[in-house]
Design a protein around this ligand. Sequence first.
Ligand code: AMP
Length: 237
Amino acid sequence: MHKTQLGMHLVWDRERTLALYIGGGVCSCLLPHGSPMVRTGPAVLAPFRLDNAVLMASVDHSADALRRALRTIPDFPKPGIQFQDITPLLADPNLLARAADVLAAPFADSGITQVVGIESRGFILAPLIARQLDAGFVPVRKEGKLPHDTIATSYELEYGTDTVEVHADALDADDCVLIHDDVIATGGTAAATAHLVAQTDAALAGFSFLIALTDLNGRDALPADAPVHTVLPVAGA
Ligand code: AMP
């Protein structure tokens, strides 16, 4: 990450988008390469043009910054699991904003109306992604946690089954849905969530995960025709 003389942090990522962070994450924005206008959430900056030559000198792949903030906890919550702890990333205001930006960016033009977050760590970033996309947030929870009428689906675990639910009135034919979780491992939870969405009249636009445990091939459990965006592949977990 490069600090400019203006105190801004410039980050250039592989999708050829530019993120600009100003002063401790008070403002953040994401704009396509070559865009003359800097757009921000709470504030709008004056039109702003970047010189590519200058920009290329300030390259730091933002995914690397996110990756550096991950922490692997061996044998948690049980022996053999390499737990991917995202709490250091969440505690950094710039990285928190950046994570939401990169998770939302590929779906900026997909007409997303609802971001479905999966209990429990999917609840952390899903509302931030929803804000980026001007969409709402819908929680998918474990059985018995949602207070109103629900639709449920069960899926296989290594030992036994688990059930996820969504409110029956949460999604309708006008909705276009992005499913988010922090981690995709086997893909079972996300596939069950897609099955829930399929039981409504909503359209599924795709999936967005911060971390993919690549050895477990979770992508293969998801609908083949749905776009799956993952930011940080992790092998050997
Ligand atoms: P799966 O259904 O196997 O794709 O598991 C995905 C769910 O389990 C997500 O909600 C993750 O939060 C959680 N999870 C699975 N493996 C890990 C891991 N190694 N580190 C952190 N969370 C994990």
